[in-house]
Design a protein around this ligand. Structure first.
Ligand code: BF8
Ligand code: SF4
Length: 647
């Protein structure tokens, strides 16, 4: 396997290692086995050189120059690679933005008084969002404001406009740059639809023109669909504030009915949390012999519940099959995105019920209980009841909960971060200016079985905090760091002296949990706030992004909007673009002179940390801030052994 640092272990985390022993003993296939069965994976596809955009094809370009260099239509490697990447970015943007639209529809239904189990929790944020759009707030009931806000936000998706409303948050210099190069996002759906149009046979054949539109498409997600999802989730379910909970498979309780909430959208899972407190259901669980009902999260639905409700987190992307294999899970409730179709296969080996909840995401082998915001709480109760009724079918001999849970702090919304700083970004700006904190890095994205699970996230994070770089995490990267014990205030001990002193003064961890993957929009907002405080553009700041273990099209989109917003980004898994030198040169080189930032690909997190630290110091120098000599940032760091804190 071409994997990074496996050392015989598919995961860095103890809980996964233990359950994988069971999988091997009982011959229950997992994602790792299926990856092995797929190898060698198709080299044309891995390089982005295959095209099936029409039925004159499928076509492929020979990377060695011996076979065909053109598809049947005449498209060359550059066009094909750029088109494929563009379509992936449109798919990722569509996933996040459709999630945003679903939240918006529920928000509108709430404003119209049609829902049960939802309320406007953060009225202050509702007012702030309304004011941003010039919607009057004085002496108006929240529902009336919400209706008008919902209408304004629906306009963002498809109607004819020149730019998205949230662009008012972008520094003027960056907005001017986007205007100049023609990538101002106009409508959330529009940019993705236009990408599908451009990549149809015989439309846009200029690789650079396609890639510029890919930037625009990604911006329609970051500053559009994802930002709507984040902000409205805050209004409805509460803006996150720091909270301590627990993480890993040890959050499952041997004597409780365990229900895992998996996917991305908090709309249903939030009412399930309410339903699980229903005295009648708690009584039913006890009648069935359980001590109570225990909810745990997985993936980004888990992040949403962790940061707002303190619900413990069972694990990240590669833990979904393994959670079922504890034998202690009565139900896995799924909404959408990142849910492996294999979960229903694994569930067949145990008593676990997989319950799908969105009509747009059905799973053969699952029970389908469709979500309806107008009956939210009632459906939540129905689902919890299903889980309780499965409890008597659990085989106690088969239960294996392999570890104790680890504490983890979550809930650092931008509001919470600014709150901790006393209401303004100035203390953070000052700490960066002085060099106490060298800079900040967003580490985001998935697990991918091509990399030892969590190794990329945990190692890169550790190296950065050791060197006084503040780390902001979301998605599965956050969960990896939680499992490794890097997300409690005590973890400040692991940080360099400058970052440690700041964290200890504020009582915060050196690695801040900003939420789920749509909440990468919070990182954009924070970056814009820092740029505003310094009066510069985002690309001038000592910031970077990284997706060490990314797998999904959504992650490709996130990386792209982060770069288009002016932040250097390092990918740990090679994207399928290496079939075109021109595409690689543009994304990892030329883009810097266009948007002030570019991509790098570096699978080794030790080396990625060096790349990022050098980048941060060079940005510091350009701003006239004290910097470390670049020569001092060599590959001299200790080997990875010290980072393996997961067990
Ligand atoms: O949206 S980090 S594996 S769960 S895609 Fe998926 Fe990746 Fe996890 Fe969250 Ni994001
Ligand atoms: Fe082949 Fe061109 Fe059709 Fe792609 S669009 S499948 S390269 S003919």
């Amino acid at each position: 396997m071409s994997a990074m640092n496996f050392n015989g272990n598919r995961s860095l985390a103890r809980d996964a290692q233990k359950i994988l022993e069971r999988a091997d003993d009982e011959r229950i296939p997992t994602v790792w086995d299926r990856l092995a069965a797929q190898e060698p994976q198709c080299g044309y596809c891995a390089m982005g050189l295959s095209c099936r955009n029409c039925v004159m094809g499928p076509c492929r370009i020979d990377p060695f120059g011996e076979g065909p260099q053109k598809g049947v239509c005449g498209a060359d490697a550059d066009t094909i690679v750029a088109r494929n990447l563009g379509r992936s970015i449109a798919a990722g943007a569509s996933a996040h933005s459709d999630h945003g639209r679903d939240i918006l529809e529920t928000f509108e239904a709430l404003a119209e008084g049609k829902t049960i189990g939802y309320r406007i929790t953060d009225v202050e944020k509702l007012h702030a969002l309304a004011r941003e759009r010039g919607i009057a707030t004085v002496s108006r009931p929240p529902e009336e404001i919400a209706r008008e806000l919902a209408r304004a936000m629906f306009e963002e998706f498809g109607t004819r406009k020149q730019s998205l409303d949230f662009l008012s948050r972008v520094p003027e210099k960056r907005r001017a740059l986007w205007r100049k190069i023609g990538i101002t996002p106009r409508g959330i759906d529009r940019e993705s639809v236009e990408m599908m149009h451009r990549t149809h046979m015989g439309v846009d054949n200029d690789y650079a023109n396609i890639l510029l539109h890919a930037l625009r498409t990604s911006l329609s997600d970051g500053w559009g669909g994802s930002m709507i999802a984040t902000e409205l989730s805050d209004v409805m379910f509460g803006t996150p504030r720091p909270v301590v909970s627990q993480v890993n498979l040890g959050t499952l309780k041997p004597d409780h009915v365990n229900i895992a909430l998996h996917g991305h959208n908090p709309m249903l899972s939030d009412v399930i949390v309410q339903a699980a407190q229903d005295p009648e259901l708690v009584r039913l669980a006890k009648e069935k012999g359980a001590a109570g009902i225990n909810l745990v999260g997985l993936c980004c639905t888990g992040n949403e519940l962790l940061m707002r409700r303190g619900i413990p987190m069972a694990g990240n992307h590669l833990m979904q099959e393994l959670a079922i294999m504890t034998g202690a899970l009565e139900a896995m409730v799924v909404d959408y995105q990142c849910i492996m179709p294999s979960v229903t296969d694994v569930a067949k080996c145990f008593h676990t019920q997989v319950i799908s909840t969105f009509d747009k995401a059905k799973f053969p082998g699952a029970i389908h209980i469709p979500f309806d915001p107008e009956r939210g709480i009632e459906i939540g109760k129905q689902i919890v009841r299903r889980g309780i009724e499965a409890f008597p079918y659990r085989n106690p001999q088969r239960v294996r909960i392999p570890v104790e849970p680890v504490p983890m702090m979550a809930g650092f919304s931008v509001e919470a971060i600014l709150g901790a700083l006393g209401g303004t970004p100035k203390p953070l700006v000052d700490a960066i200016a002085k060099g106490t904190i060298r800079g900040a890095v967003g580490i985001v994205g998935c697990n991918n079985p091509k990399i030892q699970q969590d190794y990329g996230h945990v190692t890169l994070t550790r190296r950065l905090i050791e060197n006084d770089v503040l780390v902001l995490v979301t998605g599965c990267a956050a969960i990896a760091n939680g499992k490794a014990g890097q997300m409690m205030p005590e973890a400040a001990e692991m940080a360099g002296p400058g970052l440690r002193s700041v964290c200890q003064a504020l009582g915060i961890p050196p690695v801040l949990h900003l939420g789920s993957c749509v909440d990468n929009s919070r990182i954009l907002v924070l970056a814009a706030a820092l740029a505003g405080a310094l009066g510069v553009d985002i690309d001038q700041l000592p910031l970077a992004g990284a997706a060490p273990e990314w797998y999904s099209e959504k992650a490709a989109t996130i990386g792209t909007y982060v770069v288009a917003s002016g932040i250097f980004t390092v990918l740990g898994v090679q994207p399928p673009i290496f079939g075109s030198k021109k595409v690689v040169d543009l994304l990892a080189g030329g883009l810097e002179s266009i948007v002030g930032a570019k991509f790098a690909v570096e699978p080794d997190p030790e080396k990625a940390a060096l790349l990022i630290r050098r980048h941060i110091e060079s940005k510091r120098e350009a701003l006239g801030l004290p910097r470390l000599p670049l020569e001092s940032i060599r590959g001299a760091e200790a080997p990875a052994a010290s980072t393996h804190a997961a067990d």
